[in-house]
Design a protein around this ligand. Structure first.
Ligand code: UTP
Length: 299
């Protein structure tokens, strides 16, 4: 059976990024670099690799720099060219004309509300959602969304990325009530947003990659505020369970929660360590730094 292709992706980037204040006073969280590429660039690369054609950015006040980022860097390109310098660092940083849509969520009323703001652009097709502060690192050519699109082509319906975390972390996330498992697929029987400690139905959380049917927009239209007083995407998705197929997909790769300081630093370290131009230096520095800590702890 063949299902409608996933051609569009929504990137909700209207959040305030308060965990990164004061940096996010004037720099959107999504433009913070992991080594030298902004978080949003990794998410767009992941979407492209999965076959996405249209990138829809739901932005907010103070996020205009994201739109500029995907434009032509006229001065930088001209100067680099004039000086005969390599331009490869800029590869993939421009979105093809007509394939980027920027729209605004005027108030940060929650992730569900941000997605609903894109309803007319998404239209009547299944679509993907990528939260750019979740950095999902798959093997080359096997990014998280690509793995999910492959699963979608088998089962259709709605899919969420599913990730195991320690039970103590579940109150920070949307959590899956799992049914039958079959390879990378887990049937989703229920979803709950930010359950109180000790009440989560499993330790399978939603780390921010989704493939959803357009009907979710109708549900979001009348969705009441949920956890944290925000309009939650998880609550709207939960209403679709039973009406349409709904699966979790286990991601093969590494996930860095770059919305948190620890996750962001881990991502920088992990990527720097595997880079040819930086790995050796960072490895030596890290070892020396750890030795210094040991010495001062012993003194
Ligand atoms: P977060 O929960 O990480 O919130 O949002 P945040 O505002 O970005 O960061 P903190 O917690 O204040 O540090 C998850 C995703 O949903 C988007 C965010 O941009 C992020 O991609 N979002 C959240 C919106 O687009 N609009 C909202 O109203 C809320």
């Amino acid at each position: 059976m063949s299902y409608k292709p996933i051609r569009k992706a929504v990137f909700p980037v209207a959040g305030l990024g308060t965990r990164f204040l004061p940096a996010t006073k004037s720099v959107p969280k999504e433009l913070l670099p992991v080594v030298d590429r902004p978080l949003i660039q990794y998410a767009v690369d992941e979407a492209r690799e999965a076959g996405i054609e249209q990138m829809i950015f739901v932005t907010g006040r103070g996020k205009g720099a994201i739109e500029d980022y995907f434009d032509m860097a006229f001065e930088a390109e001209a100067i680099q060219r004039e000086r005969g310098k390599d331009l490869s660092a800029l590869e993939g940083t421009r979105i093809e004309p007509g394939n980027a849509v920027f729209l605004r969520q005027q108030e940060p009323l929650g992730l569900g509300h941000a997605i609903w703001c894109a309803r007319d652009i998404v239209g009547d097709e299944p679509f993907a959602i990528l939260l750019p502060d979740e950095f999902m690192k798959g093997a080359p050519g096997r990014g998280c969304l690509k793995q999910m699109v492959d699963a979608y082509n088998q089962v259709g319906g709605n899919l969420v990325c599913a990730l195991e975390v320690p039970m103590a972390d579940t109150p920070n996330y949307g959590v899956i009530d799992p049914g039958k498992r079959d390879g990378v697929l887990t049937e989703v029987k229920g979803l709950v947003e930010k359950p109180a400690l000790g009440t989560a139905p499993s330790n399978l959380i939603l780390p921010g990659r989704y493939i959803l049917q357009p009907e979710v927009m109708k549900i979001l239209e009348t969705q009441e505020k949920g956890a944290g007083g925000e309009i939650q995407l998880t609550d709207a998705m939960a209403s679709m369970i039973g009406r349409q197929p709904f699966h979790g997909v286990t991601f093969k790769g590494r996930r860095f929660d770059c919305g948190s300081k620890a996750g962001y630093i881990e991502a920088n370290l992990a990527l720097a360590l595997e880079r040819e131009d930086l790995g050796e230096h960072i490895r030596a520095f890290t070892i020396a730094e750890l030795d210094m800590i040991k010495i001062s702890a012993a003194a």
